[in-house]
Design a protein around this ligand. Sequence first.
Ligand SMILES: Nc1ncnc2c1ncn2[C@@H]1O[C@H](COP(=O)(O)OP(=O)(O)OP(=O)(O)O)[C@@H](O)[C@H]1O
Length: 239
Amino acid sequence: MLDSPDALEIDDLVVRLGGRTIIDSLSLRAEPGRVTALLGPNGAGKTTLIRCCTGILTPDAGAIRIMGDDAAAACQQGRVGMMPQTTGAWSGVRPLELLRYLASLHAHPLPIEPLAERLGLHEFASTPYRRLSGGQQQAVNLAGALVGRPELVFLDEPTAGMDPHSRRSVWSLVHDLRAAGVSVLLTTHLMDEAAELADRIWIIDHGRIALSGTVEELTADGRSLEDVFLANTDSRMRP
Ligand SMILES: Nc1ncnc2c1ncn2[C@@H]1O[C@H](COP(=O)(O)OP(=O)(O)OP(=O)(O)O)[C@@H](O)[C@H]1O
């Protein structure tokens, strides 16, 4: 029997923006049904990488495959979900209206009510998106990423700006996604979040992979994950 293809295969990806090389011959694998965390300093290229994987940005070179298929085709087929860091796009729309609209774009969406309940969206159901707090907008963005029942979901800093209650509820949701066989690729600046959720961690710096491994492998010498991160990434702020 053939092994399942990787959830995500990135080979020799190059992205140049504004005359600079942002992603520099980067290769990465994410296993199916597992949680993969992408860590890196501000400006390392994490969001740029996700934008390439989800068809928002066209790379200058390299290849991206999702579940063995061309990434663009997988995205068009609705097999990929994405929770962006921010989106100003929804503006005046209310959370449940937005979810219903996003659900209508998919052949077999999740039922809206349980998803909204799970993420606490009913608490602010009548508030337009632009008036929601940062953490509430994150919850709506997460629901939007999941409503189409993706096989692979990209979560770009899913708990940024969330209080500890909301963060734990997102962690629990990520555990459930994994248990249901969904592949998750997330970015985070929170080392405890990476350690809690990730089966494998990739540390990226200046658009290149600096290091990868399981938390156990990366911290086998007794250092904390944060110390490993600090030792393998550059402290200079990116422009
Ligand atoms: N459209 C663009 N034109 C020029 N430069 C860009 C563009 N988009 C992103 N960049 C640059 O690419 C670099 C990587 O940005 P990216 O958003 O991918 O970083 P990141 O790792 O997600 O950072 P953070 O942790 O702060 O979210 C930054 O230096 C950014 O200024």
